[in-house]
Ligand binder design. Structure first.
Ligand code: ASP
Length: 428
């Protein structure tokens, strides 16, 4: 019989971390020595092993996203069995997501305003750029309802899948015996898919290594220099949000130890960092939120996929700093009301856009459009966006984890024994 050797959670986290550091070291080595210009290194390593290894790992993660969201949310909703409770959890989750995103962008605007990262650039806008329209908010709401659930799954439309799963779960609870039978089938599928997640987590140190090695060999640190002030302002606000806002929320809204949270969640952040995609990280976030932080499936299966889609604090931070930066670089004075528009647009734009690499820039175009900043400003910050994308995605998923814990705690759905359990003895 095929058996998986047990490995401790702790060892695995260490291995993933080693993969990340080694990947960065090798990648930078390639970049600094310009090995990417040597055909052998380029084709065998950068576009060969690193690229293939990274993509295989990423796809293995992505293939789990739709099945796991559907199955675990159906089980979670059916397990809850109460429409009122579901509405309450939904309200709290969406409320907290919007609140943290608005707080993040407000902080970003304030810090950027103090630091003035764009002063001294003196750029002039001349090019005409094609406008990117923000989808009307009514459309976003209508689009949540899928015409065809199979199509929604094939397209990976997260909000539509979430809605379908909730409806199916609710119907199961009122369908009597057939509902019970179907639920037990879904529960079995859920257990099996979770095993698949574990299998992918096993290969993750190698996957992380390849992804990071590829990014760093393609992109060294030299791109950062001209934009150092912009880059480090964002980094500073991201770190502040991660180490101040989230811990305060955990401490005061949920009375949970933020250090324990960070320790148990850092592996998920490594994943988010290396994939730059909160969507692809969903299976890992879900696993950690339930099995390491003790959030009940009925809450986690809802908050995590929803968060990956609508909650992007890190991305909002980039948008805040980028707005101030570009306005200053082009010598444009934004009025207070325009800053308010930035906060509103950035918060709302995050609802309709999926958590995939680089989507933050598309949202940024919507923000610029709203306040009339030159879209070509985006071209300037492009050079450092890939690295920032990695860091902000880690912050995005940390926000999802934080809100999941707070909502679960407030609903009596957080097992503190699991939250505070020592992981060194725990096996995957
Ligand atoms: N990559 C981010 C995410 O998946 C979105 C972005 O900021 O571009 O959460």
């Amino acid at each position: 019989m095929f058996k998986l050797k047990k490995v401790s959670y702790h060892n695995l986290t260490v291995q993933i971390f080693i993969g990340l550091i080694a990947g960065a070291a090798i990648g930078l080595f390639f970049n600094i020595l310009n090995l990417d210009e040597v055909v052998f290194f380029q084709s065998v390593f950068i576009d060969g092993i690193f690229h293939a290894g990274g993509q295989i790992f990423l796809r293995a993660l992505q293939l789990l996203v739709v099945p796991i969201v559907l199955v675990s949310l159906v089980c979670g909703t059916a397990g809850l069995g109460d429409l009122k409770k579901l509405g309450r959890i939904g309200g709290k989750t969406v409320g907290l997501y919007l609140l943290t995103t608005a707080a993040a962008i407000t902080m970003a605007l304030s810090v950027a305003w103090l630091v003035s990262p764009g002063k001294g650039f003196e750029l002039e806008s001349e090019a005409e750029f094609e406008a990117v329209e923000a989808p009307p908010i009514v459309e976003t709401f209508i689009n949540i309802i899928p015409r065809n659930p199979i199509e929604a799954m094939a397209e990976g439309e997260m909000l539509q899948i979430i809605l379908f799963a909730i409806l199916l779960g609710l119907a199961m609870t009122v369908a009597g015996k057939p509902g019970e039978r179907l639920l037990s089938l879904f529960q079995d599928v859920n257990d099996v898919v979770m095993k698949l997640v574990n299998m992918v987590i096993r290969i993750s140190p190698l996957g992380v290594f390849c992804l990071i090695a590829k990014v760093f060999s393609d992109q060294g640190f030299d791109a950062i220099m001209p934009l150092a002030k912009y880059f480090f302002t964002i980094l500073l606000v991201l770190i502040l949000h991660l180490t101040v806002t989230f811990p305060l929320l955990l401490k005061f809204l949920a009375k949970l130890n933020p250090i324990t949270f960070i320790k148990k969640f850092n592996e998920v952040m490594f994943f988010a960092f290396s994939t730059a995609s909160s969507n692809a990280t969903i299976p890992i976030t879900l696993e950690a939120v339930q099995n390491k932080l003790g959030v009940n499936k009925s809450v986690g299966s809802f908050t995590v996929p929803l968060g990956a889609t609508i909650n992007m604090d890190g991305t909002a931070i980039m948008q805040g700093v980028a707005t101030v930066f570009v306005a200053q670089a082009y010598g444009i004075d934004l009025a207070f009301s325009q800053y308010m528009t930035v906060i509103l647009t950035a918060t709302l734009a995050s609802i309709g856009t999926a958590g995939v690499p680089g989507v933050g820039l598309i949202m940024l175009a919507m923000v610029f459009q709203q306040v009339g900043l030159p879209l070509e400003g985006i071209g300037i910050i492009l050079a450092v966006d890939r690295l920032l994308d990695m860091v902000r995605t880690a912050v995005n998923v940390a926000g999802d984890g934080t809100v999941s814990c707070i909502v679960a705690k407030s609903e009596g759905q957080l097992d503190e024994k699991i939250f505070y359990r020592d992981e060194s003895e725990l096996k995957l």
